[in-house]
Ligand binder design. Structure first.
Ligand SMILES: Cc1ncc(COP(=O)(O)O)c(C=O)c1O
Length: 440
């Protein structure tokens, strides 16, 4: 109610704007339909909205004085207002499978032995490692046994642990998350950038780089968006074998591929040379903080030693819930539903830009939850400023570039089409088109 009052007061929701139906908003916010109905009714009473039989709820015509005073809470420090979040960080939070997750939690709690509630094994619960070994083999082509899986609190945790046991520099893609590079460097190794082109990372630069390991996003380069070319998949494994190196495979959104079957994990080519890292952050929610490492045998003990003698990161109830969620097929069902959902959104992004900004190329769209809008040279900074002014949160490509990269900087915007709830998606795209550089 507070947000709606503010939106009407500030003019962001213009008079006559139709509000989403109760059912849609309730689903997006994960609240009961009656709660939405009560909030709308209250705002109609206050004069912010109007409701007419058969035409839904709308913003009241301007001039209708609000009949009750708005809240008198003191104003918080001004932050840039975000009306539409297109930051490539989160999936659609309103699609979290609440009831299936709750059903798995109930089943897991009803059947788990009491010892689960004692001190946790840092490997993770055996039920989860077994379910993951089956799922990853079937869905991602990962070759493993449960004993080589270590549960962790997401990719970031896995990267910190692994970086702490590396003996030498870590090669990374020239474009990637600076947050991840920072985590690796704080744990030990220096990072050295590899060129990224249309076929993914130039792994032929590895021998000269002096790297002991390489961190790649082979299924869907983050953020530029292509898969690693098959020849380079083979070449990186050949480098790891001949140089005693390690590939750290970040499979953060490997399940979301739209135009054909998902590209399988490189790990399947040589499980002794690849540390495969996965996470629920894109498939379910980044708030779960649940992920996994599939490790070459000798590395498993080293990583466990770094993790410590008892589980301090991943709650046992969430681990058991995910184990049940995987085993009963709910994870597969959720992914199938989300794949269709994100595919529809991706198609809308492509269609809208083709109509409203045909001079902007959209790339990296075969998979994942984000796309890159390629901008004319020198226009990224002004597009970001325009986006900020319009209340649009998104990132520019420059933010992802390794500071030591020899690649010429590219101008572009990285936008997530996963994050906004359904009722805000069309308006987010509309605002996006408004802030893009105009055709020359
Ligand atoms: C490139 C990349 N790797 C990994 C992850 C997953 O990170 P985490 O499991 O720490 O949330 C993300 C974000 O979801 C990502 O963008």
């Amino acid at each position: 109610m507070h947000a709606l009052r503010e939106a009407v007061r500030s003019g962001r929701l213009a008079p006559g704007t139709r509000l989403p139906p109760y059912r849609t908003l309730a689903r997006d916010l994960g609240i009961a339909r009656n709660t939405v109905a009560t909030a709308y009714a209250e705002l109609v009473e206050e004069g912010w909205l109007s409701a007419r039989q058969g035409s839904g709820t709308q913003v009241a015509p301007r001039g209708t004085p609000p009949r009750t005073a708005p809240s008198h809470r003191p104003r918080r420090a001004e932050r840039p207002r975000v009306l539409h979040d297109l930051m490539p960080s989160s999936p659609d939070a309103s699609s979290f499978p609440r009831s299936a997750w709750a059903a798995s939690a109930r089943r897991a709690l009803a059947t788990v032995p009491n010892d689960a509630f004692g001190v946790g094994d840092p490997r993770g619960r055996p039920e989860l490692r077994e379910a993951l070994a089956e799922y990853l083999g079937r869905a991602r082509g990962v070759r493993t046994e449960p004993d080589r899986i270590v549960v962790c609190s997401g990719f970031a945790h896995a990267l910190s642990l692994l970086s702490g046991v590396l003996r030498g520099p870590l090669a990374v893609e020239s474009y990637g998350l600076s947050f991840h590079r920072g985590l690796a460097e704080r744990a030990g190794p220096r990072t050295v950038p590899l060129t990224v082109d249309a076929h993914g990372a130039r792994v032929d630069e590895l021998p000269a780089s002096g790297a002991a390991a390489v961190l790649l996003t082979p299924a869907h380069q983050f953020p530029t968006g292509g898969p690693l070319h098959p020849e380079r998949r083979a070449a990186v494994v050949a480098w790891a074998r001949s140089h005693g190196g390690l590939l750290v495979e970040d499979d953060y959104d490997g399940e979301f591929r739209y135009d054909r079957q998902p590209v399988g994990a490189v790990q399947g080519l040589d499980p002794d040379r690849v540390a495969y890292l996965g996470s629920t952050s894109k498939s379910l929610s980044p708030a779960l903080r649940l992920g996994w490492m599939v490790l070459p045998g000798p590395l498993t003990e080293e990583v466990l030693a770094a993790k410590g003698p008892r589980e301090m990161w991943s709650g046992v109830v969430d681990q058991l819930t995910l184990a049940d969620f995987l085993a009963c097929g709910a994870y597969d069902r959720h992914l199938r539903r989300m794949r269709q959902h994100y595919r529809r959104r991706r198609d809308l992004v492509v269609r809208t830009l083709a109509e409203r900004a045909p001079h902007i190329r959209v790339s990296g769209i075969a998979a994942g939850l984000h796309a890159v809008l390629e901008l004319p040279p020198g226009t990224e900074e002004s597009a970001l400023r325009a986006a900020r002014r319009a209340g649009l949160a998104l990132d520019g490509l420059h933010a992802y570039r390794h500071p030591d990269s020899a690649m010429a900087p590219r101008d572009g915007l990285v936008i997530s089409y996963g994050t906004p709830p359904d009722h805000g998606f069309a308006a987010a795209l509309d605002t996006l088109c408004d802030v893009l550089p105009k055709a020359p």
